[in-house]
Ligand binder design. Structure first.
Ligand code: ZN
Length: 147
């Protein structure tokens, strides 16, 4: 069964990540600086190399794919919640190479920005923290009532 909670629109930020920055780390830093604990993020741009995770459901671990070449960020989509009281960015990305071949997955540290423009939209009225889920082995949203 699915669960949903109503949230209210908050602040909206537009920004860029400088060349050489770590894509996930820089977006997380913006959330920390601006005290963003709930929201969504999107970005486009380019990277000099990428590191993607794909969750192996049986082994219950992320397998990493390193792509050591310039790539376009075709699409980055993610959400922002908290884990252990800190902002936590969960983002998935689609990259394309010089021929347009695409690679996708879960964004992990190690993706180096060439240029990147992002939009962060914040939400209010809900605390959403990630807790360990033993069925999946993942840290999923705790949707407890009244939070
Ligand atoms: Zn993911």
């Amino acid at each position: 069964m699915s669960e949903a909670r109503r949230v209210k629109p908050g602040r909206i930020f537009m920004g860029k990540v400088s060349r050489g920055g770590d894509l996930l780390g820089e977006i997380t830093d913006v959330c920390t600086r601006e005290r963003i604990q709930l929201g969504r993020v999107e970005a486009i741009g380019a990277v000099t190399r990428a590191c993607l995770g794909v969750y192996h459901q049986q082994a219950r671990e992320y397998r990493r794919n390193m792509i050591n070449e310039p790539l376009e960020i075709v699409s980055l989509l993610g959400n922002i919640s908290t884990k252990e009281g800190q902002p936590f960015v969960h983002a998935h990305v689609l990259f394309s190479d010089i021929k347009g071949t695409t690679y996708g997955g879960h964004l992990v540290p190690g993706t180096e920005v060439f240029a990147c423009e992002f939009v962060i939209e914040t939400f209010e009225g809900l605390e959403l923290s990630r807790e360990y889920d033993k069925e999946t082995g993942l840290h999923l949203w705790d949707m407890k009532e009244g939070s």
